[in-house]
Each structure stands twice: as C-alpha cells, then as structure tokens.
Design a binder for this molecule. Structure first.
Ligand code: NAD
Length: 255
C-alpha cells in the first residue's frame, strides 16, 4: 500500500509529458492515489487525455481558471465522481510572452492583471472550492519559483505573480488550517517545460543553474513529484503555509 492509497487527487496544470504536474501525478499514482485531471482547451485536451488515461484517471475535465463557471463545473464533476477530495495540485501560471522579456517597468495594466489572475488568484478560487469537499482534511499544493523573492532576467511580472501566489498560500493556510487542510508551495529550480520556453533566455538559466547549484545539476519533474508525495502524505502532516525549495540548493547562494 502506498502512502496515498485511495486518496482522491485533482491535478490542475498538466499540459504534456514535460509538465511538472505530470511528474507529480506519476509520483502520486505510484503511491496509490486516484487521479483527476483538467485541461485548458481542445488542443491541450488531445495531449492530456491519453496521459491521464495511462494513469487510470477517474475524471478528465476542462478548466480555465480565469472562468468561475468552469471552476464550478469542475468541482461539480468532482462531487459526482468522488463525492469529496483529499489532494489538490495547482500547477498553473501564465503571462503574455511580451511581458517575459525586456524591462519589468514596461508591464502594462492588462498584462499585469492577466498574470496575477491566472497565476495567483486562481489558487484562491480553487482552494475555496476545494475546502468544503475536503471533509476529512486535505492538502493543497502549488508551484512557485524563486523569482518571487529575487530578480531573475525576464521573469518580470511572473516574479510579482509568484510573490502574490506565495502570500496567498500563507493566508489560505491560515484560513483552512482549522479544517485540517494544509496549503504549501514547492519552489522548483528551472525545469524545461512548455511554460518555461516562453521565458526569454530560459536555456541560459538552465545552464547557469546546473553549473552553480551546490548539487551541480538541475532538478527534474520527478524530484518535485517526490517532495509532493511527502507533503501530501503522512510525512507532511505537520507542515503548512511553507515554501519548500527543490532546486539542488541554488537558492542558498549569494553570488
Ligand atoms: P506547463 O506549461 O507544463 O504547465 C503550465 C500549466 O498551466 C499548463 O498545463 C497550462 O494549461 C496551465 N494554464 C495556463 N493558463 C491556464 C488557465 N487560464 N487555466 C487553466 N490552466 C492554465 O509548465 P510547468 O513549468 O510545468 O508549470 C507548472 C507550474 O510550475 C507553474 O506554476 C510554473 O510557474 C511553476 N514552475 C515552473 C518552473 C519551471 O522552471 N518550469 C519552476 C518553478 C515553478
């Protein structure tokens, strides 16, 4: 029996087999969790559906996190299929490509609003929906990046969104803690994914991270998945409101 046997885990944020959420899903599945997945639009559905089916997913539903009606429909489906929820994985972020290069000072109001809505507010919206369904307690896990605290070239508005995400995570942890629900964030080092490809100069960041990180390597989707299992299972029972780094030690360095 795995550490997450029969836990009902809804994963928001698989786009393809490179997604961090996919690495997490595989680890949750190995530990015995039952899985549900969402997809954004028909193009990604074609990628997500076969992946989800390969892990025997109980539900595969559309969800654009900027649309409250879609969030409502998703959780209605959770009710119909599972009648409750134990684990919620939030691995969602978006900013306009133009806002991920050049100077942060040039970020327009609409691009700022969009990045914060998709990448930070969405955690609030889905945690609010999850809370009443986690009747025996549960775990909410989100993904963040060190650009929330320090300046990384071209990360720009996404760094601000991640700062808002981390602060939201702490406030949510305080709100839902009395219901036995834990909310945490994993801050991953750079990993080559679809979203990461949108950040100008990302390949360079991967090279620098590998050369300088104390472990002299980059982290993988699997590394993140292993910590996710720990946080969602008994090992994480006393942990909430935290940002935990899976970055081969990169974040401890000064220069
Ligand atoms: P990814 O492209 O595989 O995943 C991003 C997901 O966000 C996709 O599934 C996409 O469909 C979804 N998404 C975007 N807009 C959405 C919307 N409006 N509604 C619903 N879903 C939407 O990339 P990833 O790198 O696996 O990203 C997952 C999370 O990990 C993100 O929060 C990202 O910021 C974070 N993260 C990534 C890295 C990295 O280096 N790749 C490092 C640290 C944190």
């Amino acid at each position: 029996m795995g550490s997450l046997a029969a836990k009902r885990a809804l994963v928001i944020g698989v786009a393809n087999e490179r997604s961090i959420a996919w690495g997490i899903s595989q680890a949750l599945h190995r530990e015995g969790a039952r899985l549900g997945f969402t997809f954004l639009g028909e193009t990604l559905e074609r990628r997500v559906r076969p992946l989800a089916e390969s892990l025997g997913a109980d539900l595969i539903s559309p969800c654009d996190v900027t649309d409250d009606a879609q969030i409502d429909a998703l959780f209605a489906e959770v009710d119909r299929v599972w009648g409750g929820l134990d684990v919620l994985i939030h691995a969602v972020a978006f900013a306009n490509r133009d806002d991920l290069s050049g100077r942060f000072v040039d970020t327009g109001r609409d691009g700022f609003r969009l990045a914060l809505d998709v990448s930070a507010y969405s955690l609030v919206a889905v945690t609010r929906a999850a809370e009443p369904r986690m009747k025996d307690g549960g775990t909410v896990l989100t993904l963040t990046f060190a650009g929330s605290e320090r300046v990384f070239p071209n990360y720009n508005v996404m760094g601000v969104a991640k700062a808002a995400l981390e602060a939201s995570m702490r406030y949510l942890a305080a709100d839902v803690g009395p219901s036995g629900i834990r909310v945490n964030a994993i801050s991953a080092g750079p990993i080559k994914t679809l979203s990461a490809a949108g950040i100008h100069g990302f390949r360079e960041m991967l090279h620098v991270a590998e050369a300088r990180a104390p472990l002299r390597r980059n982290v993988s989707q699997g590394d993140v998945g292993e910590l996710a299992v720990a946080l969602c299972g008994p090992a994480g029972a006393g942990v909430t409101g935290q940002v935990l780094y899976v970055d081969a030690g990169l974040s401890i360095l000064g220069v």
